[in-house]
Design a protein around this ligand. Structure first.
Ligand code: PEP
Ligand code: MN
Length: 335
């Protein structure tokens, strides 16, 4: 950490910062500059609390130079983490495609969609059994009945299944039935849920909070890893901005930043970023070009009748086309 002093800071104010740092067990090294002094705080194990120094007289700015996340960082582990779900790998050389409806609505709906997305090339099936809805009057999901349908889908199609866990109350049930747990954008900083996910024996897709910085997102992943679960897949799903031409704004730049900062795989969910179907293909291709490790796409065979997120759901034939174009884009990027 670097403590930058005011231009006019007198020597005794500089000494006071140095003394406080040394009393806390750090080494403090004043670095004289052209017109001001900065003080490097060294040998700290873990991040130093900025507020220790911000309130000092004569301190202009405090600049952290080390990152607060550890186990999820590339400094901690340089090689990419590859998550295995049965025979499927997430974070390897291939793009993983996860697809399915926003919510499980019936056995027939889930099975029909699962068969079509499998045929097109999806290797995992998604579907919410517990839905975090903005309105208490909206469809809340089928609950345990939805989880049972997901199990049947896995049995019949062989596709591993992904579903969201919205709170601690339903955690055990979701963990029992699914292959991959999902923590949604609204729960990214639900620390009790993150700690529980750390005890889970299944991989976790951790969606980025809709107003979370990358650092906050990686710290959320750190919670899961610190509690014992190393199998985390980060999912960029768009952040809230001022625009109204899409539901959220897909932060494509998050992909290279996360790839650089963390060894964890990152996938993209263009459906929730877009909110409308016609943006899903271009955002998917852009994500592949930016080297995402996978895509999560909402697909519905009757989107006009969907109980949740019909407007952003692709029809099966549109999803089929998307898979073909995604594979071509991936090949292009390998060259
Ligand atoms: C979902 O995947 O259905 C979902 C609710 O996503 P998010 O948490 O990104 O809004
Ligand atoms: Mn949805």
């Amino acid at each position: 950490m670097l403590v930058v002093m005011d231009i006019n800071a007198k020597q005794e104010l500089i000494d006071a910062v140095v003394e406080t740092a040394e009393n806390k067990g750090y080494k403090a090294m004043p670095i004289p500059g052209g017109d001001r002094v900065s003080i490097g705080i060294l040998y700290n194990k873990g991040s130093v609390d900025k507020s220790h120094f911000l309130g000092f007289e004569g301190v202009k700015e405090v600049i952290p130079v080390t990152k607060p996340y550890k186990q999820v960082s590339r400094e901690f582990k340089n090689e990419n983490t590859i998550i295995k779900v049965g025979d499927i790998q997430i974070g390897g050389d291939e793009i993983t495609i996860i697809a399915g409806p926003c919510a499980i609505e019936s056995e027939k709906q889930a099975m029909d969609i699962a068969l079509s997305v499998k045929e097109a090339g999806a290797t995992l099936f998604r579907g919410g059994a517990y839905k975090p809805r903005s309105s208490p009057y909206s469809f809340q999901g089928m609950g345990i009945g939805g989880l049972k349908i997901l199990s049947k889908v896995r049995e019949e199609t062989g596709l591993p299944v992904v579903s969201e866990v919205i709170d601690l109350e339903v955690f055990d049930a979701v963990e029992d039935y699914v292959d991959v747990l999902q923590i949604g954008t609204r729960n990214m900083q639900n620390f009790s849920l993150l700690k529980r996910a750390g005890k889970a024996k299944k991989p976790v897709i951790l969606k980025r909070g809709m107003a979370a910085t990358i650092e906050e997102w990686l710290m959320a992943a750190e919670y899961i890893m610190e509690n014992g679960n190393p199998d985390i897949i980060l999912c960029e799903r768009g952040v809230r901005t001022f625009v109204n031409h899409s539901r959220n704004t897909l932060d494509i730049s998050a992909i290279p930043v996360v790839q650089k900062e963390s060894h964890l795989p990152i996938i993209t969910d263009p459906s929730h970023a877009a909110g409308v179907r016609d943006q899903v293909l271009p955002l998917s291709l852009a994500s592949v070009a930016a080297e995402t490790d996978g895509l999560m796409i909402e697909v519905h065979n009757k989107p006009e009748e969907a109980l949740c997120d019909g407007a952003q759901s692709l029809l099966p034939e549109q999803f089929d086309m998307l898979c073909k174009k995604v594979r071509k884009m991936k090949e292009l990027c390998r060259e």
